[in-house]
Design a protein around this ligand. Structure first.
Ligand SMILES: [Zn+2]
Length: 420
């Protein structure tokens, strides 16, 4: 399994201009390959010649040769396109091997990731990489863990700055084919909890709701603090506070996503099913700007963490249309906003009751089964809802019958505990 991580440069030695010069040389090399091919030279000769003349190190020139010949092969296979000739793109990427072409390392004192890019032979650009905590953590894992390999990277120009796109490969992870999945794991992500259900073609296997009230609470608190700083014009301080908040939320989401994947792993041939967040959720009131900002971030990030952690365990993911997952009854299909009241779902048509987020997770499973052309079993008699709390709460017996646990949810707040 290979993924591409994206970084910005914080340049300490060398310059942006040097990266530009390296890109122009990469473009020249590729254009030369196209021209020589057009003139009828064989590829082995072309390779020797361009390596000889290139101002890039040998490895980099070879990677550029591979890229150019890929394009040529596509042209010869499907000859509807014109022969690739001149490439005029000024932002042509430099493609490099880890080692000679570029080098990454973790600085133990600062915990930053240092880079050295060989922009041209004997011409280096050095500094540290910037990115989301997520991608920084992933590249650190790739550099230190034996199961990982850091592969080719490209220097890419994005408007006025450069980016480094690094391919990292997990040597063993092979993600199962979702067509062969047996257990559909519905994941309903909310601001304060995630509802999980495991459903096969023959019925509901299990379900759980994992609460993480600390994430919601912390985000609200930080939001208020940042607002105050904004009005006081303390922008530097605001950025610091924002970083602090992101680190906290990020760590929590990592732990929660690990719990979700562990839960999914106990079932036979699981596939994880999410709502497709590209479509706006129907059930959140986006009435105020505050609501929008509070709700926006963690959904996508948690899904992202879950799907790549799952992929490392060989578990595939699938996305479904999120429309009305919070309002539709799993028993009779009646769909209306008034079916839902906070964490309580009660169908106004047939009376079916459930914990709203567990029910949403069941419906996500049903949509996943449908999408992969499977039989959808009856979902109207699900097992007891178990509610676990992520974080430091005390352990409580966690099983309830669905109705009393929905009632109990608001009155006595009985919850179990889960920590990583
Ligand atoms: Zn109903």
């Amino acid at each position: 399994m290979t993924s591409t991580l994206v970084f910005q440069f914080d340049i300490h030695g060398g310059s942006q201009q040097l990266l530009d010069t390296g890109q122009l040389e990469a473009r020249r090399v590729v254009n030369e390959i196209f021209r020589l091919d057009d003139e009828g030279h064989d590829w082995e000769t072309i390779k020797d010649e361009v390596v000889e003349r290139s101002n890039h190190v040998k490895n980099t020139t070879q990677r550029l040769f591979d890229k150019a010949t890929d394009a040529l092969e596509r042209y010869y296979d499907e000859d509807e396109y014109g022969h690739p000739r001149q490439n005029h793109d000024e932002s042509f990427p430099i493609r490099m091997n880890h080692g000679e072409g570029y080098q990454l390392s973790v600085d133990e004192a600062s915990e930053r990731v240092s880079f050295r890019v060989t922009a041209l032979k004997r011409n280096f650009v050095r500094g540290t990489l910037k990115s989301s905590p997520h991608d920084i953590e992933r590249v650190k894992t790739a550099l230190t863990d034996d199961n990982w390999r850091v592969g080719t990277a490209e220097v890419v120009r994005k408007r006025d700055r450069h980016e480094l796109h690094v391919n990292v490969t997990h040597e063993t992870a092979e993600v199962a084919d979702k067509e062969h999945a047996k257990t559909f794991i519905g994941v309903d992500v909310n601001e304060d909890c995630v509802g999980l259900s495991a459903v096969t073609e023959s019925g509901v296997e299990d379900s759980v709701v994992i609460e993480y009230p600390d994430i919601k609470k912390t985000r609200h608190e930080y939001f208020t603090v940042r607002k105050r700083m904004q009005s006081a014009g303390q922008t530097t301080l605001e950025t610091e506070v924002q970083d602090e908040e992101q680190r906290f939320v990020h760590n929590q989401l990592h732990q929660v996503s690990r719990n979700i994947v562990e839960w999914a792993q106990q079932f036979e041939d699981p596939v994880i099913v999410f709502e497709d967040l590209k479509d706006m959720r129907d059930d959140i009131n986006y009435g105020t700007r505050m609501n929008r900002r509070l709700h926006s971030l963690p959904f996508a990030q948690l899904q992202d963490f879950v799907s790549y952690k799952a992929a490392w365990q060989g578990i595939p993911s699938e996305k479904i249309d999120p429309e009305y997952t919070s309002q539709e009854c799993v028993d009779c299909g009646h769909t209306t906003r008034s079916n839902r009241n906070g964490k309580r779902f009660q169908c106004v048509h047939c009376g079916f009751q459930d914990h709203a987020d567990r029910k949403a997770a069941l419906l996500i499973c049903a949509k996943g089964l449908e999408k992969l052309n499977r039989n959808v079993p009856a979902l109207n008699n699900p097992p007891f809802v178990r509610v676990r709390r992520h974080g430091n709460g005390l352990s409580e017996p966690a099983d309830h019958d669905p109705v009393s646990s929905v009632r109990g949810y608001q009155t006595d707040g009985e919850t179990g505990s889960v920590s990583d």
